[in-house]
Ligand binder design. Structure first.
Ligand code: PMP
Length: 400
């Protein structure tokens, strides 16, 4: 891949040199002492990144984000139970479909594309079901819906569920390690993600942390989930690795776990303004998002989602009137940068998406390359845009 382009889609993302180095080694045995240490330490680092308590259980499983979603669904609800899905787009709809396929009765509280339901609407849905004697058993939400860039208020939603003694599950695939999430203090029960976005590793790992309450929910299921996604199979393996003992149920993706460890080590060692850890790393994502957003505005681009709801990790941007989407994306690519098209069903042709997470957030030259590529292509396609002003605005916010 000699003419490799800068990858600015909402995952997979550019990787740091340390993660690339970790990937270069020959795959270790899953029971080699060095690997056992790396696996155990990665589980511990996940608790830090997730803000999870000591009694929670982290899982690192070979698979994609969709597998992590499936594991969450399969382990906490079963046929005949009820779940409320906060539907903010393509991936929430996928979660609802998974629940239905499991025989779960699904209620949805949604909003038009680019918006999110209010907390009041969510609480009303929960309370009216309770009053009708059809109380929900669990609530599912997508922290950042990658199809629109909408971020929900995960803290408020988790607390609303917790106050009602209800299990809450958050899909953090486009959020974890780029958006604030404090699993324990917010009372959230499952926070799941995949390795290829703000976690900063290649695709291929499903990552989840289950709270004690979520672990209990699995124990009380009337019928066990399929074996490969059953946390009862996986928990003893994770516990063994954390106790620095080798164990086997199904072969872990050893090379990817090494890359994950390199990435989680960087995330938890992140330093800014004299502070260290996941907090400053998230603040850096926010700074980067603010810079990118200011640059988009200077180019005359509008967000697809409501500005107040826009995520740290990506921007969804409307094609300006008269600009052809396919030509815009091709022109950006010709300038060495890859961005993504729209994804919201039926609205794909209205906007494009730019990821800004992980390694690039503190690399002003890469962010500037992206803004320049978008800006110059807009101009080439007849949209008047002041590229230098956009770059100056970006520089003011992210340096460089
Ligand atoms: N949820 C969200 C919010 C996502 O963005 C994605 C992937 N883009 C998924 C779930 C599914 O992850 P994967 O493609 O790794 O299966």
């Amino acid at each position: 891949m000699s003419d490799r382009k800068l990858l600015m889609i909402p995952g997979p993302i550019e990787l740091s040199p340390a993660v690339l180095t970790a990937l270069k080694a020959a795959p270790p045995s899953h029971v080699a002492p060095d690997f056992i240490e790396i696996f155990g330490a990665s589980l511990e680092l996940m608790r830090q990144v997730w803000g999870a308590g000591p009694k929670s259980q982290p899982f690192i499983i070979a698979g994609s984000g969709t597998i992590a979603m499936e594991m969450a669904v399969a382990n906490v609800v079963a046929r005949g139970q009820r779940a409320l899905v906060v539907n903010t787009g393509y991936f929430s709809a996928r979660m609802a479909e998974m629940l239905r396929r499991r025989g779960v009765e699904v209620g949805e509280v949604g909003a038009p594309a680019g918006k999110a339901p209010s907390l009041e609407e969510i609480e009303t849905a929960l309370d009216s079901a309770q009053q009708d004697g059809r109380a929900y058993d669990a609530l599912f939400a997508t922290h950042v819906d990658t199809s629109t860039g909408v971020r929900v208020d995960a803290q408020a939603i988790a607390r609303a569920a917790d106050r009602r003694g209800l299990l809450s599950v958050f899909d953090g695939v486009c959020a974890t390690a780029g958006e604030a999430f404090e699993m324990q203090s917010w009372g959230a029960d499952i926070y799941l993600t995949a390795s290829q976005k703000a976690i900063g590793a290649p695709p291929g790992l499903a990552l989840m942390v289950f709270s004690e309450r979520a672990l209990e929910a699995r124990k009380s299921l009337s019928e066990p989930p399929p074996m490969s996604v059953d946390i009862e199979q996986w928990s003893p393996i994770m516990q063994a690795y954390e106790a620095r003992k080798g164990s086997y149920f199904s072969t872990p993706a050893t090379s990817l776990v090494c890359a994950l460890f390199a990435s989680l080590s960087e995330i938890t060692a992140f330093e800014a303004s004299g502070q260290r850890g996941i907090g400053p790393r998230i603040a850096a994502h926010q700074r980067c998002a603010d810079g990118m957003r200011a640059a988009w505005a200077a180019l005359g681009l509008e967000l697809f989602c409501e500005p107040d709801l826009s995520a740290n990790t990506m921007s969804a941007l409307r094609y300006p009137d008269g600009v052809d989407g396919a030509r815009l994306l091709a022109g950006i690519k010709a300038r060495g940068v890859v961005v993504a098209g729209g994804l919201y069903p039926g609205r794909q042709d209205e906007y494009f998406r730019v990821g800004h997470m992980g390694h690039v957030i503190e690399r002003p030259s890469l962010l500037a390359k992206t803004v320049r590529a978008v800006g110059e292509t807009l101009v080439e396609n007849g949209h008047p845009a002041d590229v230098e002003a956009a770059l100056a605005t970006l520089r003011e916010r992210v340096g460089g």
